[in-house]
Design a protein around this ligand. Structure first.
Ligand code: PAF
Length: 291
């Protein structure tokens, strides 16, 4: 069935009124549209964990506040018709697709969500205002949709960690679920920005997932070996301008000597900035292979 499309706050309220009065649970999957199989899997996850009387809401909003000067706000793909088909196929009940004025009626908000220290490293070092924009719009979407659960991808891992942090620190009372990264058969993590890549750049971009796989495979030998092995793959690659390759604990702190860790990479391929990450189990008998 086609989802209800709500363009305004009042249309959203109207679309969710029945669910709210019936005591149903609401799950929100926030997106910027240009939906691919990675988003489809988040929507499917939301649907799976919802029952009769519950609602799955997908928001589609290209949030200007999270783009810095000179970034790709203008060329970011906007594909609403195709997105609605993906939402229909995944059983989404309501698509919230507001305009910029609807989300920011008075222009840029005076009060924003400050991501703190964690918002200044990794992606935050390259994009200093990015996470303030992300957290501010996610806080607004949570305020408007008032979901019980929100599902975000592990692909943007730092974003996921920061949203969890915001929800905990500001007592927002919503469960945050991290959905698995979906990959092409050759390992490339799905991203709306992959469509910027030329055929040659797409081949070069495979070095990112290959580095993570190679690093994760050496996890039983410990942190230094993971980083050395992953780095060797990037160094041997062409067309990849590395920004960072780091190993952290699951909350992006220093990695443990043993146990759960996260290996993250960011690089520029052509003019496109790509991110990827995997879970690794340091010092254990085998790498998890989970992503
Ligand atoms: O990951 C995204 O698509 C965006 O950063 C989000 C979470 C929808 C906020 O605009």
């Amino acid at each position: 069935m086609s989802p209800v499309v709500a363009r305004t706050r009042s249309e959203l309220e109207e679309a969710l009124a029945g669910v709210r009065t019936g005591g149903g649970r609401v799950t929100l999957v926030p997106t910027m549209g240009a939906l691919h199989d990675g988003h489809a899997s988040l929507l499917a996850e939301a649907r799976r964990s919802s029952g009769t009387g519950d609602a799955v809401v997908a928001s589609i909003f290209v949030n200007p506040l999270q783009f810095g000067a000179g970034e790709d706000l203008d060329r970011y793909p906007r594909t609403l018709e195709a997105d609605l088909e993906v939402c229909a196929a995944e059983g989404v009940d309501v698509v919230f697709a507001p305009s910029v004025d609807e989300v920011y009626p008075g222009g840029d908000p005076q009060v924003t969500v400050e991501p703190g220290e964690l918002g200044t490293v990794l992606e935050g070092a390259a994009r200093p205002t990015h996470f303030r924009g992300v957290l501010t719009v996610v806080a607004k979407l949570l305020g408007l949709v008032r979901p019980d659960v929100t599902v975000l991808g592990q692909k943007d891992y730092q974003q996921l960690v920061l949203v969890r942090r915001m929800v905990a620190d500001l007592c927002m009372g919503v469960e945050v679920v991290g959905g698995q990264t979906v990959r092409e058969q050759d390992g490339l993590a799905l991203s709306s920005r992959n469509r910027y890549l030329t055929a040659e750049e797409r081949r070069d971009a495979l070095a990112l997932s290959a580095a993570l796989r190679t690093g994760a495979a050496t996890a039983p030998s410990g942190a230094d070996e993971v980083l050395r092995a992953a780095r060797a793959v990037i160094d041997a690659a062409s067309g990849v301008e590395l920004d960072y390759l780091v190993l952290t604990d699951p909350d992006l702190g220093p990695p443990p000597a043993e146990g759960e860790a996260r290996l993250l990479v960011a690089a520029r391929v052509g003019s496109t900035r790509l991110l990827d990450n995997v879970a690794v189990e340091l010092g254990a008998a085998a790498a998890t292979g989970e992503s």
